[in-house]
Design a protein around this ligand. Structure first.
Ligand code: ADP
Length: 392
């Protein structure tokens, strides 16, 4: 089946057309600066060279319209549309075939992720109105974490408030964790039901997931994607007492405070402003910048601690997966994270680890725990879900 996979972000709309049988991508591109002026449309179809045009996108509906017209003009046939949805909230533990009810629920949970769910819902609405014959499927970043046990997903806050306002750990990157853990089982030649896996999605945003028998049992992101590890510009977990102290000291309101925690913290802040990009940090450290070194060390230390914690939570671990920008590219960070885990049966192969962006086993042949590099492919996962649901 030929599926158009749509990923609408707060100011972008990215897409791919994927054949779910051959996994071939026949068209892909992105609309940038949606809802702003100075928009660009970059696209390629049927093996042609990538082209970038200046097109204004006053909203996401215009962006999806441009994409669908471009596919038509290039003769790219699509049989269904798969939408990435950032927040499935308290409704969705699985991907769903879109109808009015699903669309209404995506809007209802939008206060949990307003920058994402609203544009995503607008795109779906356009597709339903203009292409009523095409089935639409929604795949939620949070669905993989939906059924985490109570001990992992509950906050130590008043129960009535949490119940009423649906406050719980929702997690993120679920589609990525699901994809790489599935591939991990295939590569190891074992049923996923028999495996305990720690999946490390390390990019600009990062989350770690404990996956026992194919089910997520804990993850590092929380109610929002601000929790867990220190990230590019996000603080990760911190003592809420700091908020009160800072807000009183500098007369900040909660929006100012969250702007700092989301955009001015993380490794950018740890490195004293060097960069939010781990490549820059590694280079700056090589040139002697101690704070850049500390930022990378603190991130790696955080991942290592979570691997240990999740092994304890699952009562063991068979495989550790590294994925996303940092996980797929930084051999030195992978090595640093895994070093010191020999006590629990992790033994890296430095030579095998010297690899980027392709599937590989990077642990030694006699390592009790397999360590794998698996490039993530959320788009393929969304396309496969779409085909599975449409075909019933
Ligand atoms: P996002 O969370 O935005 O999807 P990605 O998964 O694309 O992010 O990861 C982007 C990050 O990957 C960059 O910020 C950069 O820090 C990191 N990265 C990419 N290449 C390398 C590399 N060779 N070494 C270290 N980090 C890298």
């Amino acid at each position: 089946m030929n599926v158009l996979v749509v990923n609408a972000g707060s100011s972008t709309l990215k897409y791919q057309v994927i054949d779910t049988k051959s996994h071939k991508v026949s068209a892909k591109g992105s609309c940038e600066r949606v809802c702003f002026t100075g928009g660009t449309f970059t696209h390629a179809a049927n093996g042609s060279k990538k082209v970038t045009e200046n097109i204004e996108f006053p909203d996401h509906k215009v962006a999806i319209e441009v994409v669908l017209k471009d596919l038509e003009a290039n003769g790219v046939k699509i049989e269904g549309i798969g939408h990435r949805i950032v927040q499935g909230g308290w409704y969705f533990g699985d991907s769903s075939l879109v109808d009015e009810d699903v669309l209404a629920k995506i809007r209802e949970v939008a206060p949990l992720a307003p920058l994402h769910n609203n544009p995503e819902a607008n795109v779906i609405e356009y597709c339903l109105e203009q292409y009523p014959d095409l089935p639409n499927v929604t795949v939620y970043d949070t669905a993989f974490h939906f059924n985490m046990p109570e001990v992992a997903k509950t906050y130590a806050l008043p129960k009535d408030v949490c119940d009423k306002l649906h406050i719980r750990k929702y997690g993120a990157h679920g589609t990525s964790h699901r994809y790489v853990s599935g591939r991990c089982a295939e590569l190891m030649g074992k049923p996923i039901e028999e495996l305990k896996i720690v999946s490390c999605h390390m990019g600009n945003g990062s989350s770690i997931a404990a996956i026992d028998g194919g089910k997520c049992v804990d993850t590092s992101m929380g109610f929002t994607p601000l929790a867990g590890l220190p990230m590019g510009t996000r603080s990760g977990d911190l003592d809420a007492g700091i908020l009160q102290y800072l807000m009183n000291k500098y007369q900040l309101n909660i929006d100012d405070m969250l702007n700092i925690l989301n955009k001015k913290s993380g490794v950018l802040a740890l490195s004293d402003g060097v960069s939010s990009d781990f490549r820059d940090l590694e280079n700056a450290h090589k040139e002697g910048n101690e704070r850049a070194g500390l930022a990378v060390d603190m991130f790696n230390y955080g991942v290592k601690k979570l691997i240990g914690a999740y092994a304890a939570a699952m009562g063991g671990v068979d495989a550790i997966i590294f994925t996303a920008g940092v996980g797929e590219n930084s051999a030195s960070q992978r090595l640093d994270i895994a070093s010191g885990l020999e006590f629990m049966g992790v033994k890296m192969d430095a030579e095998a680890n010297n690899v980027r962006g392709k599937e590989a086993v990077i642990s030694a042949a006699d390592s009790k725990v397999k360590v794998l590099l698996i490039p993530t492919n959320e788009e393929l996962m969304i396309a496969m879900d779409t085909a599975a649901i449409v075909k019933g």
